[in-house]
Design a protein around this ligand. Structure first.
Ligand code: GLA
Length: 343
């Protein structure tokens, strides 16, 4: 057991490939510079004391029996519970959580929290670290089973596998992750807050996931990865539109990688716009506040802009050409390194 460790896990931006992760599809996220830091100190006995510094809120529970809770506490108890379930039981500790990524903003504050907690607890207890894919799965179980959000692996893999200067092409069928250099040639990626908070557990997220499962049942396939646009269109509404989004979004991810590889940033912008239209019209995850934020980025000169993450609020993403200034309340984002033990 070590006395004291610090771990950091970044949030993420998803360039393109939305609502594809739980459909065995493709996405192109990257880790950002902001995220969650967890400091951990060893305590004698079985007591976990957690402090969310930015909320000025605390929690105390036994490491051997974490009971369910809500809000940020669900993630701390879930991290301890899921590590034990994976054969990695942890001893008493004091945990201090500090975040620079805004909560409920579509930038994966929850994945950053899960990943930073797990890395800190594994290191403090000197446990054998699972590989990054296994750790991503463990972290997503925290979200699924402790926080009631039936999310996929996008956020956790992006946070764990982040690489400076590159986006990550993730194939969720094989869990293969390939770095794709993000050479923007003077263009800039920015996020803008729609002003509307979202929580995957409460939004239509779980419902969308259930609709995709129903579409698979009706088409007698294991996942929407095996579906063509012609097959998707045979489904009844709204399942036809849901499946059409997923199938076309996988194609847009492939096209985005090709556009980046040939340095065609305007084409990438067009794909962001097409992704937004599909998420808005076929997947129905936009809101008036999100539409207003996307319009503001387009008015500021963006060659492409779209809703990001689960939808129903949060930050939107835009691609600005070299001559367009970054709007005052937008934040420029760049690919940074993945989660790590800092000390
Ligand atoms: C949220 C979820 C991810 C993913 C996206 C949509 O961020 O946590 O698993 O499904 O929405 O692409």
């Amino acid at each position: 057991m070590r006395d004291h460790v610090t771990a950091f896990a970044p949030g993420r931006v998803n360039l393109i490939g939305e609502h594809t992760d739980y459909n065995d599809g493709l996405a192109l996220p990257f880790a950002i510079d902001t995220g969650v830091t967890v400091e951990a100190w060893a305590l004698p006995g079985d007591r976990i004391e957690a402090l969310a510094a930015d909320l000025d809120a605390s929690d105390v529970f036994p490491a051997s029996h974490p009971a369910p809770a809500s809000g940020w506490r669900a993630f701390v108890r879930g991290a301890v519970g899921e590590l034990a379930r994976a054969g990695l039981p942890v001893a008493g500790a004091r945990l201090k959580i500090d975040g620079t990524v805004p909560r409920g903003a579509g930038l994966s504050s929850s994945a950053a929290l899960e990943v930073a907690l797990c890395l800190a607890l594994i290191e403090l207890n000197e446990l054998p670290a699972p590989d990054r894919r296994a750790l991503a799965r463990l972290c997503s179980r925290i979200e699924n089973e402790w926080a009631d959000a039936n999310t996929g692996l996008l956020d956790q893999l992006a946070s764990l596998c982040g690489k400076s200067g590159s986006a990550l092409l993730i194939d969720f069928r094989s869990l293969d992750v390939r770095a794709v250099p993000l050479e923007l040639r003077g263009f800039r990626l920015v996020t803008l807050d729609s002003g509307e908070q979202h929580a995957n557990a409460d939004s239509g997220y779980n419902q969308r996931r259930a609709e995709c499962a129903r579409a698979c049942e009706m088409l007698h396939v294991d996942s929407l990865r095996d579906v063509t646009l012609a097959m998707a269109r045979e489904l009844p509404d709204p399942l036809a539109r849901r499946a059409t989004h997923v199938v076309s979004e996988n194609d847009r991810v492939r096209e985005a990688v090709a556009a980046l590889e040939r340095g065609d940033l305007p084409a990438l912008g067009g794909l962001l716009d097409a992704s937004h239209a599909s998420l808005c019209d076929d997947y129905d995850v936009s809101t008036p506040a999100v539409e207003a934020a996307v319009s503001r980025l387009r008015d500021a000169g963006a060659v492409g802009a779209r809703i990001m993450g689960g939808g129903f609020g949060g930050h939107v993403l835009g691609l600005l050409p070299p001559d367009a200034p970054v709007p005052e309340d937008a934040v420029e984002v760049r690919p940074g390194p993945g989660a790590r033990v800092v000390s």
